[in-house]
Design a protein. Structure first.
Length: 243
């Protein structure tokens, strides 16, 4: 059974459309119009077009595209900030908040027409955001799933906690985990397809496939096709084997 995956987007609508077009080209070659296309989360922050990314994905789902969109940790930070701008996600270091340059929340608010959000009074910026971020965007983001199981692949944003039953994984691990998952070479019973940890290019490690090719730092948004536990990077020239 076939599925497609697209890695972290981070507000780069143009790069997302390039990746989706590569999926479209592969569908034309295979004749498979029904295989799910899974977007692995981190739709928001750092890039300039978060609003456009969210609208594009919402519109695609509304017209019946077989698109699955997962929640990433940045997406959760955004919706959490809209609920309470003074709350602190325990997975962030104490000196870093969502509007910190390292996180990139200011770029997300700017995409909604909020000027200089990181340089103004926090409560005023929050009040403006509640007026300018459409409720439909907030509702859609808050309802995104955190996992998607398809055939022999489990799609999540960050990874899983090794040794824990797949049905018992916590949202914090699915959205935030790094070293404990990345350094574990055991078979997880499925191919774990994930993003979250930026690398130079999509890489298959045998037990997992990392799709985060650093769009947040000047890299592309990558697209891949997964069949069983095998994967191919999609390029303008066609499929390139991964792993």
């Amino acid at each position: 059974m076939r599925a497609y995956a697209i890695g972290d987007i981070h507000g780069h609508l143009d790069l997302l459309k390039v990746a989706q077009d590569l999926v479209r080209q592969d569908r034309e070659r295979t004749g498979d119009t029904a295989a799910p296309l899974v977007h692995l989360g981190d739709l928001v922050d750092r890039g300039r077009e978060t609003r456009g990314v969210i609208e594009h994905l919402m519109q695609g789902q509304a017209r019946g595209e077989p698109w699955v969109v997962l929640r990433g940790n940045h997406d959760r930070l955004f919706t959490g900030w809209l609920t309470d701008p003074h709350a602190h996600d325990p997975n962030l270091s104490h000196e870093v908040e969502w509007l910190h340059p390292r996180v990139g929340g200011a770029a997300t608010l700017t995409s909604y027409g909020i000027v200089n959000p990181a340089e103004r009074n926090l409560n005023q910026v929050h009040a403006e955001a509640l007026l300018k971020v459409p409720p439909t965007h907030r509702q859609w983001l808050s309802r995104l799933p955190v996992r998607f199981l398809h055939d022999q692949a489990l799609f999540v944003h960050a990874g899983i906690r090794p040794g824990v039953d797949l049905r018992s994984q916590t949202e914090d691990d699915l959205l935030w985990i790094r070293a404990e998952f990345l350094n574990d070479t055991r078979d997880h019973g499925v191919l774990v397809v994930h993003g979250h940890t930026a690398i130079e290019s999509a890489t298959h490690y045998g037990n997992r496939l990392n799709m985060d090719s650093s769009a947040a730092y000047g890299g592309p948004v990558s697209a891949a096709v997964i069949e069983g536990r095998h994967a191919w990077l999609l390029t303008p020239e066609g499929r390139v084997p991964l792993g």
